[in-house]
Design a protein around this ligand. Structure first.
Ligand SMILES: C[S@@+](CC[C@H](N)C(=O)[O-])C[C@H]1O[C@@H](n2cnc3c(N)ncnc32)[C@H](O)[C@@H]1O
Length: 200
């Protein structure tokens, strides 16, 4: 179902030249939990159309780098972001940092990925969990020790179990529903800080 309500955040994003209203979710998360800082090297999973890339690029400054991957074709309108790189890739195809032409893990991984929705709640929710589980398997390769991981997930029966498992791997875990998330939405964000990367 296509769902593009022209609400306050949609209009604000358009006026501020951001490519999506999602910008305000990341902004709220970052203001509350300080996930991004100057010079960070950041991976943005499911970046398209790119408002998180726009926000992150500015926040990390010219000495940082933000790498965006998405299954969608590259958004050429983001070429003005000089500290950004883009890959048209499926998260399920990423196996190593070589796939992203990087040699060291990232300071921060962000995921606003959402599966293409079927409208069947249980199926959409299971797909959202599957996407996140695939990223968790890759974290030892992608995220450096002490790094932060912020991801979106659709709430459902298996989600609290997944989050409790994460507590072993991060110093702090927060769950957050930004004000800019539509009230009918089942999505929320997990902010995992201080990765205890045991593989290094
Ligand atoms: C809500 S949008 C992201 C919006 C983005 N954060 C922004 O600020 O513009 C979710 C994105 O996840 C991407 N996505 C879904 N499944 C994916 C996968 N398996 N690999 C990579 N990207 C995926 C979709 O193509 C979609 O562009």
């Amino acid at each position: 179902m296509s769902f593009k309500v022209k609400d306050h955040y949609y209009k604000k994003a358009k006026a501020q030249k951001y490519f999506a209203r999602s910008i305000y979710k990341l902004e709220e998360i970052d203001k509350k939990h300080q996930v991004l800082k100057k010079q960070d090297r950041v991976l943005d999973l499911g970046y398209y159309p790119g408002s998180w890339m726009q926000y992150t690029s500015e926040k990390i400054g010219p000495d940082g780098v933000v790498v965006g991957i998405d299954i969608q074709e590259e958004n050429q309108k983001l070429s003005y972001l000089k500290n950004a790189k883009f890959y048209q890739k499926d998260i399920f195809s990423i196996k190593s940092l070589d796939d992203l032409e990087m040699s060291t893990p990232f300071d921060v991984v962000l995921s606003d990925m959402a599966p293409s929705t079927t409208g069947i709640k249980s199926v959409d929710q299971a797909r959202s969990v599957e996407l996140i589980e695939s990223t968790l398997l890759l974290l030892p390769v992608l995220l450096k020790k002490e790094g932060n991981y912020v991801f979106k997930i659709f709430d459902g029966p298996d989600v609290q179990g997944l989050i409790s498992n994460l507590r072993k791997n991060f110093k702090k875990i927060f769950q957050f529903k930004p004000k800019s998330t539509r009230s009918i939405s089942k999505e929320f964000f997990v902010i995992a800080k201080g990765y205890k990367n045991e593989s290094v």
